[in-house]
Design a protein around this ligand. Sequence first.
Ligand code: UT7
Length: 315
Amino acid sequence: MNSVPIGLGIALPKKCVKNADLPEDLDTSDEWIVQRTGIRQRYVAVEETTASLATEAARNALKDAGISPEEVDLIVLGTVTGDYTFPSTAAIVQRNLGISRGVAFDVNAVCSGFIFALDVADSYIKLNKAKCALVIGAETFSRIVDWSDRSTCVLFGDGAGALVLQARGNTDCGIKSCRVYSNGGYADSLITTGGVSTTKNAGFVKMSGQEVFKFAVEKFSESLNELLLDNRMSVDDIDLLVPHQANLRIIQKLIEVSGIDERKVLINIDKYANTSAASIPLALAEARDTFFSGGNTVLLSMGAGFTWGSALIKL
Ligand code: UT7
């Protein structure tokens, strides 16, 4: 059985905050943010929540796939900014969509959340435990950044993206490989200052920026090389490369080191900033038609944990 993507949808908050709109007392500048990160603006939730964005993205993906909610028997949602401590945001989305069967749960892999969720859904389908899955990445990081800390708050944005996967036999198309990794030895390098069982609140994002940067550059290259080797491919066989959008300079390093044609690499960090688990589906949606028109698409991620991973989708 193969897991074949058949629909894609996204959702964004209404409010867009350009670099120039950031609070004046933040002591930052459009020039610094653009030069160091490539970010020009981000979307910030006001009335929206992670579940409302995820639901809208899921509805758009189902419409794109021409599938009704009743057909969905699995929802896997990557997020670390859920609406509630419990139940899972996936359960809220399931209710919002009017689905009362199958299984819905969240995965916590921070910026790698979408690829971890994809890996779980792909495994369910390959094990014949699901026939139609919604894989969602949704976040409202604006709610867990310290808006007085210029070194983190300018980097993140809110949004959601969803992909519908369908189980299909007798096809060579679908998710060809998915590999995910973690190394908790780096847990303190990108962490929140609190949590339910420690401070009884969510805390704020705290990051050792340069350490995360170096690790992301290393793991992007390593994951890509491993994927190419596993699938007996060269970079020239890739039609679309969708890396997690954390910093334009990290993506530029990947292009330089891998030698891939930069026109095949999706970059939209300028529009959305780092949306954590939502970043990959939001970027994939920019090239929706290319993605569904066939070819080899590669996804790459790296996030807190540290977590990282890759996926190859052939359509
Ligand atoms: O999605 C999960 C993965 N996350 C990432 O991959 C993020 C990885 N890290 C990065 O993208 C970069 O390390 C940052 C964008 C976070 C920082 O860029 P950097 O080039 O590593 O800057 P830095 O931390 O070395 O800071 C350089 C200077 C410092 O000032 P001094 O000490 O040189 O006087 C910072 O205080 O830039 C200052 N700075 C700022 N200045 C203006 C830090 N943030 C800002 C800001 N505006 N927003």
